[in-house]
Design a protein around this ligand. Structure first.
Ligand code: AMP
Length: 412
């Protein structure tokens, strides 16, 4: 990013999941990553930590059943402290937190009241928020001298207007239980919005884009004047686009049908919609877009249908968001699929040709493995419809927010 940065030093970025710990040591000024790694299979029989430092890759097993706190201890004692130069330069810890409910519209320095508020949101993210809380506790014990910051996936979407986030259900469910649409992937949508503003040379507070984050989880956001005004994920990450193993939008009547007519219990319905559906469910082959593309090119009908439905549903959302925004300055593709799959981008833009989208096939083929840039072709005599591929960088956003909050407090 071009703005001068107020602090010198690194941020330790932690993403604590229920069975994994992703970590990086990131320079908030440049986004450079000095250390990155993952603690995997935590709480299971063969947990391990793998990391990359100074261009070299390492891996180490942890004792059976080791948890997040054990992985954090290993990170501190076995990785960071021996790399003393790096360790000494860490100025803050930034935590990715999935759900901040309505309490957080931006990142915050973690204190007791923030921990209580994250705990209050556990019902909204029962798998993620408890793991984040354990990570925050373990990080506070391991780095008692360092400030901690929470960066919420939901925060960017707190600017959505009521007509976008209220379900057409009895209003009391919202008033009394907080049942509404929250949206996720906010950190990614925020990052690419900032990059799109730079690439399109439009002030960040004025830009209108449609941002498609397409990974194993996928969501799309309509952004007006730099702010989220609608997004496809809802109360939970299940709503919206077709994903790797999640169904996205279905008729809610399906749930009654499965329960009343087919004897599914709640857990089975949950597993069906979250773990057995999406690309995997349709293709009966894989949730991995690369596998499906390869199979599709060899004539696998399930893979072809899965990719067709994925693209069709995504195109419908993009078209709908044209109706949400008064002007669309561009469409952004990001996430593992958005950044790498020329085929998906091509199919989506072909579906949208009626809205004036035109693909530059050569540019599209080049955009993979971290490349960034436009993939639309200029349309003679017509208004261009810019389409950009922008690799997302949530760690950098978390590092920047953490460093900014810490330096702002220091300068008080
Ligand atoms: P993410 O969750 O953001 O890591 O994205 C994971 C998804 O990106 C998986 O479906 C991968 O198959 C997909 N992906 C990664 N690289 C490619 C590629 N070169 N072509 C197509 N899909 C890809």
């Amino acid at each position: 990013m071009s703005t001068p940065f107020p602090v010198n030093g690194y941020v330790l970025v932690l993403n604590c999941g229920s069975s994994s710990l992703k970590f990086s040591v990131t320079d908030p000024a440049t986004g450079d990553v000095a250390l990155s790694g993952i603690g995997d299979a935590l709480g299971q029989t063969e947990p391990s930590v793998s990391w990359k430092l100074g261009g070299e890759r390492f891996s180490h097993p942890l004792p059976e059943g080791a948890r997040n706190s054990d992985a954090i201890r290993f990170l501190v004692e076995e990785i960071l402290q021996p790399a003393d130069d790096l360790y000494q330069r860490i100025i803050a810890i930034g935590h990715r937190v999935v759900h901040g409910g309505e309490k957080f519209s931006e990142s915050v320095r973690i204190d007791e009241s923030v921990i209580r508020a994250i705990r209050d949101c556990v019902a909204l993210a029962p798998l993620h928020n408890p793991a984040h809380l354990l990570g925050i506790e373990a990080a506070a014990a391991a780095f008692p001298h360092l400030p901690q910051v929470a960066v919420f996936d939901t925060a960017f979407h707190q600017t959505m207007p009521q007509h976008a986030y209220i379900y057409a259900l009895p209003y009391a469910l919202y008033r009394e239980h907080g049942i509404r649409r929250y949206g996720m992937h906010g950190t990614s949508h925020r990052f690419v919005t900032g990059r799109a503003a730079e690439l399109l040379d439009i002030p960040a507070q004025k830009i209108n884009i449609i941002s498609a984050h397409l990974g194993n989880g996928a969501s799309i956001t309509a952004i007006a004047n730099g702010k989220s005004v609608d997004t496809s994920m809802g109360l939970t990450p299940l709503e919206g686009l077709v994903m790797g193993t999640r169904s996205g939008d279905v008729d809610p009547g399906l749930l009654m049908h499965l329960g009343a007519r087919m004897d599914y219990c709640l857990k089975e319905i949950n597993d069906l919609l979250n773990k057995q559906s999406g690309l995997l469910g349709i293709s009966e082959l894989s949730n991995d877009c690369r596998t499906l593309e390869a199979a599709s090119s060899e004539g696998h009908r399930g893979a072809q249908l899965a990719l067709d439905i994925f693209c069709y549903r995504l195109s419908k959302y993009i078209a709908a968001y044209h109706g949400v925004l008064s002007r669309v300055d561009g469409v952004v593709f990001t996430g593992g699929i958005g950044e790498n799959s020329a085929l998906i981008r091509e199919k989506v833009l072909a579906q949208l040709c009626g809205l004036g989208y035109r693909l530059d096939t050569g540019a599209n083929a080049q955009m993979r493995f971290g490349a960034e840039g436009p993939i639309h072709s200029s349309t003679d005599g017509l208004q261009d419809r810019p389409v950009l591929v922008i690799p997302t960088n949530e760690e950098w956003v978390i590092a920047r927010d953490a460093a900014r909050l810490v330096s702002a407090e220091e300068s008080l």
